[in-house]
Design a binder for this molecule. Structure first.
Ligand SMILES: [Zn+2]
Length: 468
């Protein structure tokens, strides 16, 4: 049955038009239930009460305890058949135990929800010890839905709807509970907005009907070229094309900015989103130069410089004149440290006075070094690839350090340079091997942005782009 279900799902994802996906998924969920109950060996699932008569509420086996006079089945069927032409087939659909759905309320926890469904903590214990996906149930939030299938006082199925796109189901089989993650793919349509700035970017965005996080995202894309706090002038304008996510024709959210244009003081900047062969997404100019600088100036946000680059400094621990070949940032132990540029980790380990240290090679003869770390971030080891802004480790005081701080070095062609004043390389461009692919993928997006004249929405067949 598990096997059958997975075929249903992959068929859905590959062959069913996206507009029907949600409906199809519902149908498959229905199939799951039907298959589940027909596999059920308990005889009462197909007992007398399995006749589904409109207007007569039958709640599985519970009706047995309730003293309601149920007319003989044959009589009911005849009566119904007499009233309508075709209800007989429907009337014969067997119903097993019913799913009970609950909406998570403020202050609820699993124990409360399970109790509401008539279950005790033993079911929670069984679920958690059998299925590792059960840990996600710890993150329930008010408004989410949880459905229970209870048979003879035992939990046999659970559905947890995380959001419109994601849900989690559990089924009890011979070997206990197994969990399944279900992810629906939304339909993506491109939406377009444009505005001329009168007072502020925020107000212009609002007037154009943009959610404020979309305005923020656009500002981030152009943030290396335009200072949105100081440079914005009346008469500046923008155009933005972005993803809108739909499920069953209903708009459920805003995805990524796909292309945008910003005119500031008469100068126009354009950006387009591109996802490379390795799956990294970033914004580029139409000719393939990165919108962002190749390096962040500092690896820690909002940290205070506690010791500057100084080639003739008295060492605070060794008390001898020893060049300080980097910049020290004082920060609390455990503060995340970010890779200042894309690159490959050439060393992650312990190295003398540096303690726990990460060295990243960025290409073009540039390397950065991060010392005295308390520990490394997950997945950071020799040879691993990192992107600008990735957390690579945490502030500590390993090696020769008087207290928790980050020691950061910037090397160009083997020479140490002052990280605060070194001219940073312009930007990360598209690699030569990807230029053809980049052009092919982004040219249509830029063309669409250029075509947009008013706030008309353009629905496009989009097979490769989804939210990521
Ligand atoms: Zn230092």
């Amino acid at each position: 049955m598990k096997h059958y279900y997975s075929i249903v799902r992959s068929t859905l994802l590959e062959h069913v038009p996206r507009g029907h996906l949600a409906a199809a998924a519902l149908i498959s969920a229905g199939l799951l239930i039907l298959i589940g109950s027909s596999n059920d060996s308990s005889p009462q699932a197909v007992s007398v009460q399995s006749v589904n008569i409109p207007g007569l509420e039958i709640q599985g086996t519970e009706t047995q305890a309730t003293p309601i006079a149920i007319p003989p089945v044959e009589a009911i069927i005849q009566e119904v058949a007499a009233k309508a032409e075709t209800p007989v087939a429907e009337a014969q659909t067997p119903i097993g135990p019913q799913w009970k759905e609950f909406t998570v309320q403020n202050g609820d926890n699993l124990s409360i929800l399970f109790k509401r469904a008539g279950l005790n903590d033993r079911s929670i214990y069984e679920l958690f010890s059998d299925a590792k996906d059960a840990k996600d149930l710890r993150h329930i939030r008010p408004g989410q839905k949880m459905s229970f299938l209870v048979e003879n006082g035992r939990l046999t199925g659970l559905k947890y709807v995380i959001n419109e796109l994601n849900s989690l189901t559990f089924e009890r089989g011979n070997k206990g509970f197994t969990g399944k993650q279900i992810a629906l793919k939304p339909d993506i349509k491109y939406a377009f907005r444009q505005a001329t700035i009168d007072s502020s970017l925020y107000m212009a965005g609002k007037r154009a009907g943009m959610p404020s996080n979309l305005t923020m995202e656009m500002a981030n894309i152009f943030g290396w070229d335009i200072d949105f706090a100081l440079d914005i002038q009346k008469g500046d304008s923008f155009k933005v094309m972005y993803e809108e996510q739909f499920l069953d024709g209903k708009r459920i959210g805003v995805g990524k900015v796909m292309a945008a244009e910003f005119t500031n003081g008469g100068k126009t900047f354009k950006a387009v989103r591109y996802t490379d062969k390795e799956g990294n997404s970033a914004y580029y100019t139409p000719d393939g130069r990165g919108m962002h600088k190749a390096f962040l100036r500092t690896p820690i946000e909002f940290a205070r410089i506690s010791s500057h680059f100084n080639l003739a400094r008295k060492h605070p621990v060794l008390h001898i004149i020893r060049a300080h070949k980097g910049t020290d940032y004082a920060a609390a132990r455990g503060t995340p440290i970010r890779a200042t540029g894309n690159g490959k980790v050439s060393f992650a380990g312990v190295k003398g006075g540096y303690g726990n240290v990460v060295i990243i090679q960025h290409g073009q003869g540039i390397a950065t070094l991060y010392g005295h770390m308390n520990g490394f971030a997950k997945g950071v080891r020799n040879g691993s690839r990192v992107s600008q802004g990735d957390v690579i480790g945490y502030v500590g005081s390993t090696g020769l350090a008087s207290g928790p701080h980050l020691h950061y070095e910037f090397h160009v062609n083997g020479q140490v340079r002052n990280p605060v004043t070194v001219p940073l390389p312009k930007s990360i461009g598209i690699e030569k091997t990807e230029i053809a692919r980049f052009t092919e993928t982004t040219r249509p997006l830029i063309a669409k942005l250029d075509q947009f004249k008013s706030s008309n929405r353009l629905a496009i067949a989009n097979n490769s782009t989804n939210s990521n």
